[in-house]
Design a protein around this ligand. Structure first.
Ligand code: NAD
Ligand code: LMR
Length: 332
């Protein structure tokens, strides 16, 4: 028997900022098969800036030393047109994290321009079917910039990560109810990966019971919402550095569900609006989604109450402001 029996054709997976903190956790999860499957060989195409190339060399040495059977090649480069060449999946991580005194949106001036050139390079050389997840902050607006600069790739292939916020919501509910995370289903995030986000508990279940019956409205609209929305800052204050392992884990969850399906579960993904729930077209907004056959399907028929509407509106306003602030980076 040939050792490749049962194996699929090798895919190309690009990761930017590969020598950074998230990259260091993410690459090992991809390499071990957690994201694309245990029968899916991968060529890793890793992008850094010139000053990061020495660190990237070290990361590549360690990846080789891990002897992962699924890794069929590793490319390290500071040229986006090499990193994104024929890429089937791209993790846009490379960018600056915020420090204690900043909001995520404060990063837009520092990080926004990165996504112009990277969007153009994706447009020029990636697979037409590429799936892109944007992690670098402010991730919704960075995804918008990359998407706007890649006009030949369908916009629904550009997403931003709110799965970490969903996972945080699951973690908070599980801890309060005294159950494992696997018992929490269908809590999801609306809007922006920012303090305005809304972790919506109204359709969630806790060990089969409605979350809105298990938890009080006071907690759900108070401490629960506040803890999830500001968790990034709490981690920066406690760790002295922004979340990395949990961010990498959420990026794997996001891409795994997109690639392999979400098994009927609702998951949070930010993607360019097609007008769902009154969100202006094109804004990269987190919606409740299901993933099937490699497609993201927005669950577009949920009831919206007054509180949810006010939170959705708050996020629309914030994202319109961010879009206005980067209008010169949108290419038209
Ligand atoms: P880090 O500073 O440890 O690593 C970032 C890496 O990106 C560095 O190695 C740097 O050299 C590289 N880089 C910078 N500009 C680049 C470019 N133009 N092309 C390629 N590489 C480039 O930061 P980190 O902790 O890995 O965080 C990365 C980003 O992810 C930050 O913007 C952070 O705020 C964001 N983040 C988002 C979420 C989320 O939920 N969406 C969660 C955590 C972190
Ligand atoms: C997070 O949510 O942990 C990241 O977006 C980092 C940050 O700046 O909050």
């Amino acid at each position: 028997m040939c050792e490749n029996d049962g194996m699929k054709e090798t895919i190309r997976v690009a990761v930017t900022g590969a020598a950074g903190n998230i990259g260091y956790a993410l690459l090992w999860r991809i390499a071990s098969g957690d994201c694309f499957g245990s029968n899916q060989p991968v060529t890793l195409q890793l992008l850094e800036i010139p000053s990061g190339m020495q660190r990237l060399d070290g990361v590549i040495m360690e990846l080789k030393d891990s002897a992962f059977p699924l890794i069929h090649g590793i490319v390290g480069t500071d040229d986006p047109s090499i990193a994104f060449k024929d890429a089937d999946a791209i993790f846009l991580v490379g960018s600056r994290p915020r420090t204690k005194d900043m909001d995520r949106a404060d990063l837009v001036a520092a990080n926004g321009p990165i996504f112009v050139g990277q969007g153009q390079a994706i447009d020029a050389v990636a697979s037409q079917n590429v799936k892109v997840i944007t992690v670098g902050n402010p991730c919704n607006t960075n995804a918008l910039i990359a998407c706007a600069n890649a006009p030949s790739i369908p916009s629904k292939q550009f997403t931003a990560m709110t799965r970490l916020d969903q996972n945080r919501a699951v973690g908070q509910m599980a801890e309060r109810a005294g159950v494992s995370a696997s018992k929490i289903q269908d809590v999801f995030i609306w809007g922006n990966h920012a303090n305005t986000m809304y972790p919506d508990p109204r359709f969630a279940s806790v060990d089969g019971k409605e979350a809105t019956h298990v938890f009080s409205e006071d907690w759900l609209q108070g401490d629960f919402l506040g803890t999830v929305a500001t968790r990034g800052k709490a981690i920066i204050e406690a760790r002295g550095a922004s979340s990395a392992a949990s961010a990498a884990s959420a990026a794997v969850d996001h891409m795994r569900d997109w690639w392999q399906g979400s098994n009927g579960r609702i998951v949070s993904m930010a993607l360019p609006s097609e007008g769902w729930y009154g969100v202006p077209e094109g804004l990269v907004f987190s919606f409740p989604c299901r993933c099937e056959n490699g497609e993201v399907i927005v669950v577009d028929n949920l009831d919206i109450d007054a509180f949810a509407q006010s939170k959705i509106d708050e996020n629309i306003t914030a994202l319109l402001e961010e879009r206005e602030a980067v209008s010169e980076l949108l290419g038209h």
